[in-house]
Design a protein around this ligand. Sequence first.
Ligand SMILES: Cc1cc2nc3c(=O)[nH]c(=O)nc-3n(C[C@H](O)[C@H](O)[C@H](O)COP(=O)(O)OP(=O)(O)OC[C@H]3O[C@@H](n4cnc5c(N)ncnc54)[C@H](O)[C@@H]3O)c2cc1C
Length: 399
Amino acid sequence: MASLQKHILILGAGITGLSTALSLLTSPTTKNHKITILASHVPGDLSPEYTSPWAGGHWRSHVGLSDSDAENRTWDEKTYKTWTRWLKEGDGLGGQGETMEEREKRMGLGFRTCHYFWGKDGEETKGLDGSGIWFRDVVKDFGILDLETGTEGGVPKGAIMGMRYKSVCFDPPRHLEYLFERVKGLGARLVKTRVDTSSGLEGGVKDAKRQAGVEGIDIFAFINCSGLSARHFLPPEEEGKLFPVRGQTILVKGEAEKMMTYVGIPGNPDEEMLYVVPRPGSGTAILGGCKQINNFSTEVDEELNRRIIEGVKKHKLCEELRDKETGEFEILSYQVGFRPGRKGGARVEVERDGGVGEGKVDGTWVVHSYGHAGAGYQGSVGCAERVVELVASLDGESV
Ligand SMILES: Cc1cc2nc3c(=O)[nH]c(=O)nc-3n(C[C@H](O)[C@H](O)[C@H](O)COP(=O)(O)OP(=O)(O)OC[C@H]3O[C@@H](n4cnc5c(N)ncnc54)[C@H](O)[C@@H]3O)c2cc1C
């Protein structure tokens, strides 16, 4: 049952902030609440401080089989299932007779076959039979590829194991716009502004209230979806846990037929891998990439571009996108983005130290959801639902 209307502020309009807003506005326990999003960057903007537009991206859970990963598995599974439902059944907004093609374009999501190869042994390749992959029973059409015969398509040189499944790929700029339109349609208010966090979390909460024009009004919760910027206003111990994981990608013309990934490539540093991800409905695809820990360089590394292009060609990851005569890709742009890494994984919890011996900060509950590293999209729906649970659980608490 929905509770009495409360006012909630969300800091951030990346995939985390927008998914959280959507979940709050559609969940039975919170759908009556007033939502105000405060963000310096919103869909359509590009900045190194705004990770979401730079994602690849596709659903490929990186979570393991251990008990400590259970919550992340839930987030990823819920997201896969929700995206599948939106694509198959629609979201009620597409109008009668909307085709799958139109729906993919509108949502910036698409179902495609994914082939994923490993060149080195690890937890996931144990037994070489898929038993190391937790999501084998969650995704559609999971199977282990026959590397000998290569009957399902090309096998990159040096691969020791390959899996195939139906994944959901996304066009990040389009998917962000889609969520943005949905939450605005449901009544969320946007204040495009930089919240002054120079004096810490409490100062940030106060400034957010001032800028939202709600000073003196009872604000029930402040949800921190600020990505890597959380390091600017949290205590030193928490700040020290946050780090960038640099990614560099190449946007090319044409939508690849499949998602293709090759990791642990013999002779390559572990921080470099190869992937091809079609961006559904956009007529483009992304080639990548790298995961460079603690590298904050915004410069495009030309040498890395060359290695990505040469690697994708060498391993024949998307031959259909190469020009028939020249053999080249039509390159549209190069980009760099910073995944919001956090030691110990994403922080999704209620702040329990308001600084004055109580949980609230300036009289408002704070719920954190940041540090989602390379999984902010693929866990977005499930994680947002967790935030809703946390907000709902605070309803009965007094401090
Ligand atoms: C190359 C690359 C490939 C990736 N591929 C995938 C993939 O395949 N699958 C996947 O799931 N993920 C992928 N990711 C990771 C994913 O992009 C991130 O996990 C996700 O975008 C993080 O989103 P966020 O909303 O938490 O943070 P952000 O997108 O950074 O948003 C932060 C928001 O907070 C706002 N903000 C912060 N501080 C303030 C302030 N003081 N005042 C006002 N506003 C503020 C910002 O303006 C912004 O709106 C990839 C990332 C990269 C770089």
